[in-house]
Structure formats: C-alpha cells, structure tokens
Design a protein around this ligand. Sequence first.
Ligand code: G4P
Ligand code: NA
Ligand code: NA
Length: 193
Amino acid sequence: MEALVSRIKRDGTVLGDDILKVDSFLTHQVDPKLMRQIGQTFAQKFADSGITKVVTIEASGNVPAAYVAEELDVPMIFAKKAKNVTMNDELLTAEVYSFTKKITSTVQISRKFLSENDKVLIIDDFLANGQAALGLINILKEAGAQIAGVGIVIEKSFQTGRALVEETGIPVVSLARIAGFDQGQVIFAEADL
Ligand code: G4P
Ligand code: NA
Ligand code: NA
C-alpha cells in the first residue's frame, strides 16, 4: 500500500536493530484518513470471503481492526489482555509470549461472541514474531470458527512471524513489508497489497 509505505518513510523512526516507531500515525497518535484507506484496502481484498467478524488484540490492533470492520460492515472483537470484573462469561484464552516485553500474557475473548458459523479476518498493526497472531488463531480454533486470513499493517519480514502463521495454512496479507533496517533507514520488501 503506497500511501502507507510513503508515510513510514516520512514519519517512521528506527529504534535500535529491530523496532520501527510509528507513534505519530498508528500506535499512539492516529491518522484517521490513513486508517480509512487501510480499512478499505483490506475490505476490498476480503470482500468476497464471507467475513463475519474481524478479530484483533488490544491495544494498538484495535485501531486498524475497527476501520476494517466498518468497511466490511461486521463487528470487531478485540482480545483482552486483562480480565475485568464484568467478564463473567465463559472465556476462550491463549497464552501469548512477547519477545519485545519478555512477558507472557493471557489473552481472552468471551465465547459468546464467536461460533462455528463465524468466518474471521484477523487484523493487527505489527507482525513480528507472530505470537499474538498464533494466540488468536488458537482461540478461534477453540471456538470452531473459520479463519480467512491474517491482515497486517506492518510486517517485519526479517522476524519469524509470517512463516509461523503460514505454517498453520492461514494466508498472511501485509500492507507494508520491512526487509530490514540499514543505518536508520527502512528497507522495504514487496508488499502483498
Ligand atoms: P509478536 O506478537 O509478533 O510476537 O510480537 P512481539 O511480541 O515481538 O511484539 C510485542 C508488542 O510490540 C506488540 O504490541 C507488537 O505490536 C509490538 N511491536 C513489535 N514490533 C514492533 C515494532 O517494530 N514497532 C512497534 N511500534 N511495535 C512493535 P503489544 O504488546 O501487543 O501491545 P500494544 O502496544 O498494542 O498494547
Ligand atoms: Na503495539
Ligand atoms: Na498489536
């Protein structure tokens, strides 16, 4: 997605060896017009896939996921990282290890929002080591839902996530793919859309 790649080139900053900071338009401050384009691009790709739900993990997956869901005219569900007092329904859970934060968290979705009649599009802001996506895939399999694909805004192709997701047989569709970083510059690989 050309507009996204241009924006990363203009406003993204590289931190250390493997982190891209995009907090001015995606992960902290949000550019709604760019998000709408992201929503439209995924919605076009999956228009004929019979998607019934978009699923992500809080926090920053929520933003692109909501725009995709709006375009597909289906609900969006975000897996929660902490159990709150109102979550008194039966829960589907998965353990997600974050290599970045070096912690394992339990993520959960109420079973009542998913069924074997659902066909789900998973959306996330970043794909790095794939642990978040794999956790969501486990939850969706437990629910008996079909999974149409994993849609990613920014894929770091030099990390293991894409291969791990594709090993499950689920296609990955990324709007920007980063091959690596070189002296603070982002090197892009060819994107899927
Ligand atoms: P993984 O799910 O692919 O295994 O990702 P990993 O554990 O490596 O990443 C942990 C968190 O860091 C995720 O956010 C992920 O979106 C984010 N992340 C990974 N690589 C980058 C990067 O290069 N830049 C930025 N800005 N974020 C990155 P999270 O912990 O789920 O939480 P939240 O920030 O959405 O609340
Ligand atoms: Na994040
Ligand atoms: Na995320």
